[in-house]
Structure formats: structure tokens, C-alpha cells
Ligand binder design. Structure first.
Ligand code: DHB
Ligand code: FE
Length: 281
């Protein structure tokens, strides 16, 4: 059977992708960010899974305001990079895993979560920046990736509780797939940031650190936090953090190993947070 071996959590600040793509990663400003991922890249080389189930949010690149799925699972064989701002990043195309994606869609929908099945979509910085942070700049991404897009852009957004329970359903789905695949689940976006309005630039270090503590040790309690608290405490884009609860819900309840933890302020307008958790074997 397939199993989930580890989860990775990371911010997706688009300027990080631009720093890499434009050769600026050695500048002192960016060095402070990339230093926090040096361990992670080594860890990932030693722990490359067969498939990454990558929970992220689209920023009106794949889905316009004309159609906004709350949860969308990418079932295609491949996904091309696209982006606003700096434009599509010069990174490899993403190779999917249609069979596992279809199995997860079936299992999770039968478990009462309404997923949108997507057979063609582009992927933006929400997905490609985490891949770059963990894998560097390879010619091809080292494993298959199932993109799982969550709406945290247009209200109403899903609650933390629903995301956490969805993670549990994803775990059950993976563990019932009849092939011994090593699967990682990544939760991306966040941490505190607000990109517009009078509070633009808001960063709340205390909230972010408490979120990391509770994600590790008290995910059940954290999952009850209402969405308005994310917005009030972590800024309008801080709501991206609900996606981390999907990845945490897919992990075992206890016995997790904290392999790496990193926090840095700021990168662009955003606090950067990063965690790697391994399941007990
Ligand atoms: C920034 C952060 C984001 O999450 C995003 O999607 C766009 C911009 C920023 O910090 O600049
Ligand atoms: Fe974002």
C-alpha cells in the first residue's frame, strides 16, 4: 500500500522565485531566506518521495473569478508553469500522477468532501516556489506532483476544521492505494502577510510562532480557530495558512519527528515559515 512518510510546510513568496530565476539568491537579503532551506534541500535529496501531494493556492492564474473551486485536484499527466507579475517561471513542467490522483479523488469524494476534478490546469508560484525551495534548480523535478488547489483568495474560504478533516480523508485515501508508493504531503502559503489596504505589510511574529507550535503539538485545537482570527492576526493573506492544516491532518496524530523548523522576517511583504515533519515508521 502507499503511505505518507513526511510533510513539508513552507511559504510561497513569489519574490523568492524571482530571486532564484534572476540569479539574486546570493545577495545578502536573500541569503538569509535561502540559508533556512539548505538543510531542507539535503533532507529532500535523501528523502525524495515517489509523489508529492502539494496543497497550494492559485492566485487567479488557473482559475479566474469566473469559476472558483474550493478544493481542486489536478488529475492531469502534466502541468505547465504560469504566473502573474514576473510571468511564467523558467522552471520544469510538473509531471502529475493521474492514477493516484484519480484514486484520491474517488476516496475523498466518497468520504463526503466535494473536490473539483481538474484535467487541465497551469500552476503558479503557489506551487513552483515551494518546489524550488526544496529541490533547487534541476532540469526536471525529481518526482511526480499532484497539485491540490485550495481557494483562499475569494470569500467564502474553507474553515481550518474542514481543511484538517480533509487531510485525514486524504491520508485514508493514500493508505488504500494498492501500490507501495512513498508519498509526501506539502502544505504551503502563509505565514502572516497582508498585501493591500491600510494594514499592508502586516507581520505578526508571535502569531506565526504560536501557529508553528500548535501545528506540531495541538493540531486539533488549532483547527478550531475561525477564519476571522487568521485575517485579524495574520493579515488578509495570512488565511493561506489553513492549507497547512490539510497537510497536518494527513499525518499521524502523534509520534511525529520535527526534522527542521525555520522562521524569517521579512521576504518581500511576507513572513517566511518552514517546517518538516516525519511520520513514525
Ligand atoms: C506576496 C506574497 C504572496 O503570498 C503572494 O501570493 C504574492 C505576493 C508578497 O509577499 O509579495
Ligand atoms: Fe500567496
Amino acid at each position: 500500500m502507499a503511505h505518507i512518510s513526511a510533510s513539508v510546510y513552507t511559504s510561497h513568496v513569489p519574490a523568492i522565485g524571482a530571486a532564484l530565476d534572476l540569479g539574486k539568491s546570493h545577495e545578502p537579503y536573500w541569503q538569509k531566506v535561502f540559508t533556512g532551506y539548505e538543510f531542507s534541500k539535503e533532507w529532500f535529496k535523501k528523502n525524495t518521495p515517489d509523489v508529492i501531494f502539494l496543497v497550494y493556492n492559485d492566485h487567479a492564474n488557473a482559475f479566474s473569478l469566473e469559476m472558483i473551486p474550493t478544493f481542486a485536484i489536478g488529475c492531469a499527466a502534466e502541468f505547465m508553469p504560469a504566473d502573474e507579475g514576473w510571468g511564467p517561471r523558467p522552471v520544469p513542467k510538473v509531471i502529475g500522477h493521474p492514477e493516484l490522483a484519480a484514486h484520491i479523488a474517488h476516496s475523498v469524494i466518497q468520504d463526503d468532501f466535494d473536490l473539483t476534478i481538474v484535467n487541465k490546469m497551469d500552476v503558479d508560484h503557489g506551487l513552483t516556489v515551494p518546489l524550488s525551495l526544496m529541490c533547487g534548480q534541476p532540469q526536471a523535478w525529481p518526482c511526480a506532483v499532484i497539485p491540490f488547489a485550495v481557494n483562499v483568495v475569494q470569500y467564502p474560504v474553507p474553515s481550518g476544521r474542514r481543511c484538517y478533516n480533509l487531510g485525514k480523508a486524504i491520508r485514508k485515501a493514500v493508505e488504500s492505494y494498492d501500490e507501495p508508493l512513498n508519498v509526501q504531503i506539502w502544505g504551503t502559503g502563509g505565514m502572516s502577510h497582508q498585501l493591500q489596504g491600510p494594514r499592508a505589510g502586516l507581520i505578526n511574529k508571535e502569531f506565526d510562532q504560536a501557529f508553528l507550535d500548535r501545528l506540531i503539538a495541538d493540531p486539533d485545537g488549532l483547527a478550531t480557530m475561525p477564519h476571522i482570527d487568521y485575517v485579524r492576526e495574520a493579515g488578509s493573506e495570512g488565511i493561506e495558512l489553513v492549507m497547512w492544516l490539510i497537510a497536518r491532518g494527513a499525518m499521524k496524530d502523534s509520534g511525529l519527528k520535527v526534522v527542521h523548523r525555520f522562521y524569517h522576517v521579512p521576504a518581500s511583504n511576507t513572513a517566511v515559515g518552514h517546517l518538516i515533519l516525519e511520520n513514525p515508521s
